[in-house]
Design a protein. Structure first.
Length: 58
């Protein structure tokens, strides 16, 4: 993924963490990271007003 998108490994990991915090992807141990279903519940720490900044996840 890093070579395909020309980003560093750390940038890719941070992006996946942000997506995971926004409940757009989920991680399963050693299996990998997967796109979440549309009806998955958002995490409890997500703000209800929708003003979620990627910086809040870091």
């Amino acid at each position: 993924m890093c070579l395909q998108h020309m980003v560093s490994r750390m940038a890719a990991r941070r992006a996946l963490t942000v997506l995971e915090n926004e409940a757009l992807v989920y991680r399963e141990g050693t299996r990998g990271t997967f796109v979440a279903e549309a009806n998955r519940n958002p995490p409890a720490n997500r703000r209800v007003d929708g003003n979620n900044s990627p910086r809040e996840a870091l």
